[in-house]
Design a protein around this ligand. Sequence first.
Ligand code: ADP
Ligand code: MG
Ligand code: ZN
Length: 620
Amino acid sequence: MKPETQSPAPRHGNPFAGILWGILIVLLLNGLVFPMFNPRRISTTDYGTFIERVDSGLVREVMIKNGQIYFSALNAEGKTAAYQTGAIDDPRLVDRLLEAQSPNENGKIAFTRIVPRENSPILNFLLMWILPGLIFYMLWRQASRSLQARMGSGGNVLSFGNSGAKIYADSDVKTTFSDVAGQDEAKEALTEIVDFLHAPAKYAEIGASLPKGALLVGPPGTGKTLIARAVAGEAKVPFFAMSGSEFVQMFVGMGAAKVRDLFRQANEKAPCIIFIDEIDAIGKRRDTAIGGNDEREQTLNQLLTEMDGFDGRKGVVILAATNRPESLDKALLRPGRFDRRIQMELPDLEGRKAILRVHLSKVKHEAVDLAIVAQATAGSSGAELANIVNEAALRAVRQGRRKVTTADLEESVETVMAGAQKKNKVLSAEEKRIVAYHEIGHALVAVMQTASAPVHKITIIPRTSGALGYTMQVDEGEQVLLSRENLFNRIATLAGGRSAEELVFGSITTGASNDIEQATRLARAMVTRFGMSEKYDMMGLETVSNAYLGGDNALTCSSETAADIDREVLRIVREAHDKARGILTAHRDILDRAASFLMERETISGEEFMAIVGNRDIVG
Ligand code: ADP
Ligand code: MG
Ligand code: ZN
């Protein structure tokens, strides 16, 4: 699901409307000056044929107009038809016509010449000179007006026309805190702001001024934009929403003008909320590097000035959202500006259940086991959960059902996480065998290591994401702290797929590339960030920036150490690989049984797998 749109964008006149008008007028004029032809069917002949017809007495009527001769004559079937031919300067034409026989009742050809009406010289002058000028003027007016609208009312670089940018306030926001599930800490922090907006006088009486601004910080899709709207909806005040990128304009100074405009209009409407989404677009740290962005810095300066300038007791609250807080300019974050920082985190198990509940309440559904879905979606954001519910609803519709079921949700979790099922992709029997062993390898290693989470589902149905099969592990309860053993076991589990291939087929395939990537990343983090290698003890060797957007790692050590880190990582990965192989060798019988069961079924549940592991009978 896409983030909600914020405020209605300012509408400007469409420059094409002007052009269309122009074309229309030209067409109309054309019609006046050059009358259009009668659309009747007229066939063209040559002059010789015309004379021949006249002489043979077939012609009924002749009309000469605009250098063309139009005539009607009997055709081969004896019917009257219309013809046209170019007029030739023929002095004998009139004599011929007078002399010729005709099928007309009086035996004479009827002929006329139509003289085109000459326009008066004044009209000609108007049409040729004044009208085009007028049309161009109108086009230019249209174009400049829309340009003006786009540049904002502070159009001091090019200023023509007179319409200023209007920043629309949404004065009737329907979103409330009940639409935002979980995020209780954030709601609590914002409740005070809501209260303040309800009754600013209460605070002014004591002399307290509330924070002017609050910064919503968190990974994408955690509901920052949503909660900002909810604050406006709860407080029932106008909501000025703009995205940071909207301030960054083509001309230096325009962004600053827009900021001024925004604050002026907000001040008039106080109490109200100004919301600047994705503020990092303008609030990025100013730096001295050459090629700094003048426009952005001016806009930021203007924002800082405005935030200092306005009276905090009047009831204008500024909310801003970002997922790159560390990139923001320090000046923005100092007290008196965005001095409150509200953290929006990825939801935990309870949070996910709550979010699913909110979104499920918008679709028709049967009794759904939320716990299963919430458990299977560890690490998903609110936006992803909303998407999962919607996908489930779409699936229900596709299958002609009226209500969403747990199965729909489970399937859509997989669709969102691993792509849709690829129905027509057929694996050869041998490939299927390899994939089955690979996946069971993961699952078996996971289960045999007590610290690892049990398996929820194993499938070997190819997915559009390119996965040929996968093993879904379930984190029971949220683990915040991971021990070294946890991490190591995870790496061993990742190595389980490849290990099974080695053990059973004696050869290896490309199927493990993703496992290898993940395992290496984990092992590297253990060494460089978590201080989990004996050799480097608690030395930090890497910094992570941009944590909310995947994270960019930068080594902070010498190149010798970097080379040594690689060796250390390799040691961990190799150890984990050995462990995985050991486990699978020890439980080869289970591996074989589970793999053949999976090959037969294509998808098996965690319970079925546990039954095989526990050597119990499987029913059905
Ligand atoms: P952000 O601005 O943090 O990137 P949004 O506020 O745009 O995320 O969230 C996108 C969508 O995800 C919302 O419109 C909503 O449908 C859903 N969503 C996110 N978080 C929540 C939540 N806590 N409760 C309910 N829905 C949520
Ligand atoms: Mg957003
Ligand atoms: Zn794998």
